[in-house]
Structures are given as structure tokens and as C-alpha cells.
Write a protein that binds this ligand. Sequence first.
Ligand SMILES: [Zn+2]
Length: 220
Amino acid sequence: MRIRHHPDDALMLAYAAGSLGAGHRLLLDVHLEGCAACRQRMAQLNALGGVMLDELPPAELSPHALERVLARIDAGPGSLADAPRTSTVVGEKPWLPVAWPAAMSGCEVGPWRWMGPGMYWNRVVVPDAPQAKVFMLRIGAGRMLPQHTHSQSELTQVLWGAFDDGRSEFRAGDFDETDGSVRHQPTVQPNGDCICLASVEGTLRFDGWLARLMGASIGM
Ligand SMILES: [Zn+2]
């Protein structure tokens, strides 16, 4: 499986510094688990972070930030994706055509719920961060999500299948970040369902009233 879309450096640095929200962090964890290239980049960024810390006067960083970066560096390269959150006992997760990512092992995932014709969703509850807006979407072959933009940022990791939103095609293993500069309508490729994990900060802004109603009912 060749991965073509990866998190950018700004997102990777925020992850390394421990400054990402819980939902976005989970998305990065799931991507890193499946992407050797990004695990390698993350190890380099962590090493770079160590050098930068050595050169900064201590007052430039809050004690909390320093602690977080040091904890990341102590964890060392490779350990980021090797440390699934297994501390929470979890009920049965719904069936997936692929293995559940280890990074999601501590998450509670509800049953698939109907969202529209050929569209299902469920809520993913992140351990210790129940407020994080993380969802899974399962969209049927050839179906399209309502057109929308984003008040802040949305991260998407494709777990199964593929979609195209006019900017590019995203396949299993690919990662996407969108914000208010992107208005798109993801359309699933005709050869099969697509399952994605998504983390939303802010809200999605749908174009039509029906879509807005749907988004509101889901809490997006
Ligand atoms: Zn990657």
C-alpha cells in the first residue's frame, strides 16, 4: 500500500510538542501506525526538538510545554506508534473490513448509525477526552458527502476504500487536512465503500439546509 498524502510539518511539529488536541492527536497516531515514512520524519523532528530545546533559554517555554516535549523525546523514535492506548477496557467495536488501528484500542466506538442513503457514521470517544469530536464515516460506493467547508480544521485518515474531493484522490492509509480555505464534496469511488476516521475542531459548515440539519444532529 503506497501512501501518497501525509500530515504536513506544522502538524507533525505540533504533535511532537504535545500541543495538538486529543482528537487530532489520535488521527496522527493512527496515521503514524500505518506510515513508516512519517514515523521516520517524526523521529527526526523529535531529535530536532531536542537540539532546539538545548539552545533555548528555559524561560522561553512554559514548564508544561517543556515537560511534554521531554516526555516525547524520552519516548524515543519508533515508540510513538508502538504504544497503543490499551489502558481502557473497551466494549465490542463494530465490524470493520480491516483490523482496528491499535491507536484506537482505548477508544469507545458505537454501532454504525444511519445518516443518509448509503451513509453511516459513529462517534469515537477518545479516552480522557470525551469532548473531542472524532467520528467514523462509512459511505457507500459512488455516494457523495454534502458540500462543506470548515470553521477551523478537519483531519481525515482513510481506513478503507477511497474518495475523491476534486483536489485529489485519497486512498486507504492517506491523510488529509482541511480548513476554511477548502470547500469540498468528497465523493466515494465507484468500486466500493469508503471508511474514514475524522477529527473536527470547530464545526463543519454545510451548504444546504438538509445537510446542516444532518451535521447538527451528529454534532459536527
Ligand atoms: Zn505518512
